[in-house]
Design a protein around this ligand. Structure first.
Ligand code: 5AD
Ligand code: FES
Length: 358
């Protein structure tokens, strides 16, 4: 009898697709079951929904990892301030612009400036970098992923032309947030940043690692509830992967299968969401990104950083795509996307929303 109650039913997936929601107990069942048959049904339902909205299109975002200096000390992250073995680098405005030029020629119409929290770049520096990218490429979207800043800074970057902002919430459980981060960081501040970004007018992305130390299924359900409440345009999720120079060096990595399950669930609760198949997923499993696309993901974020610095932006061990060439990744990804039955498109890849006025 106990077994009957615990076994997840395929009807649960129909309910999730129809109502875009489940009870906590149902999410728990769906996340904890280990039935490959059920996962296959879940992934195929997520694909169906993704294809109804985005067809076979896959959007690419050119990632420019422009600084690996970071004033924070997150326990999981390889570029945390206390990692004195990390070889630090910063790109100049000209170098960043040149990465975007190369990316534009390769067909990218979204650039993501990502970095550690590095106060070396003042608001004025960022504004000038943003302006120069947007004036060279007015048809491209610009995404920032540079962590927590003041509302005034966010406002200035938006006015300079930044369109989108990625700030993973990392975990929606305040206690777990406190466990993963040093005392000076706070979950409340993180959520406040997300709501400020949203109120300024950015398209916003949140997200979390799957299988981070101390994470339970209940935490993941809280993540789902937060995603539902925030209704972000983008959600970035990937498995936790230990980095040898962090306090979590000896922790186990997250599960690829559980990550895929969450990608599908997020697709089903927010059908229009932009959902990347992440590099972390491709690092844990050679077919990880293809599997991600087949579980409802519709975005890829290859690296446009100069070859010389790629091996230095190591958030976790064994990161893939740290070779010399951006063009190489694009060719490789093109083939991978084709294998999955999709196609890369040259587009800003905006969020498609019935509620979007334009
Ligand atoms: N494993 C997987 N993802 C990580 N990130 C940081 N460190 C790790 C790690 N060890 C993720 C965080 C961050 C994003 C840029 O990378 O979620 O927000
Ligand atoms: Fe970078 Fe395959 S995507 S080498």
């Amino acid at each position: 009898m106990q077994d009957m109650v615990r076994r997840a039913d395929p009807a649960l997936i129909d309910k999730l697709a129809a109502e875009r929601d489940l009870t906590d107990a149902e999410f728990l069942l769906l996340l904890q079951q280990e039935d490959p048959g059920l996962d296959a049904i879940l992934f195929s339902k997520a694909r169906e929904v993704r294809e109804r909205i985005y067809g076979k299109d896959v959007y690419i975002r050119g990632l420019v990892e422009f600084t690996n200096y970071c004033k924070n000390n997150c326990h999981y992250c390889g570029i945390r301030r206390d990692n004195h073995n990390a070889e630090r680098y910063r790109l100049s405005g000209e170098e960043i612009l040149s990465c975007c030029e190369q990316g534009y020629a390769l067909g990218f119409r979204t650039f993501v400036l990502q970095g550690g929290e590095d106060p070396y770049y003042s608001d004025e520096d960022m504004v000038s970098i943003i302006r120069s990218i947007k004036s060279s490429h007015p048809d491209a979207a610009l995404t920032l992923s540079i962590g927590e800043r003041t509302k005034e800074s966010y406002q200035a970057f938006f006015e300079a032309g930044a369109d989108r902002y990625l700030l993973r919430h990392e975990t929606a459980d305040p206690e777990h947030y406190g466990f993963l981060h040093p005392k000076e960081m706070s979950f409340e501040r993180r959520i406040q940043c997300l709501s400020e970004l949203r109120s300024i007018g950015y398209q916003v992305g949140c997200g979390m690692m799957i299988g981070s130390p101390g994470q339970t299924t209940e935490h993941l359900i809280r993540d789902i509830r937060l995603i539902q409440k925030l209704g972000p345009e983008m959600v970035g999720i990937g498995p936790f992967i230990p980095h040898h120079d962090t306090p979590y060096a000896d922790e186990a990595p997250g599960s690829v299968q559980l990550t895929l399950r969450l990608l599908s669930i997020i697709r089903l609760i927010l059908p229009e969401v932009l959902l990347p198949a992440t590099t972390a997923l491709g690092t844990l499993d050679v077919k990880g990104r293809e599997k991600g696309l087949l579980a409802g993901a519709n975005v890829l974020m290859p690296n446009l950083s100069p070859g010389s610095v790629r091996k230095k932006y190591l958030l976790y061990d064994n990161k893939i795509c740290t070779g010399e060439e951006a063009a190489e990744c694009i060719r490789c990804l093109g083939l991978r996307v084709e294998t999955a039955g999709y196609r890369i498109v040259e587009s800003r890849g905006d969020h498609i929303s019935r509620y979007q006025p334009n």
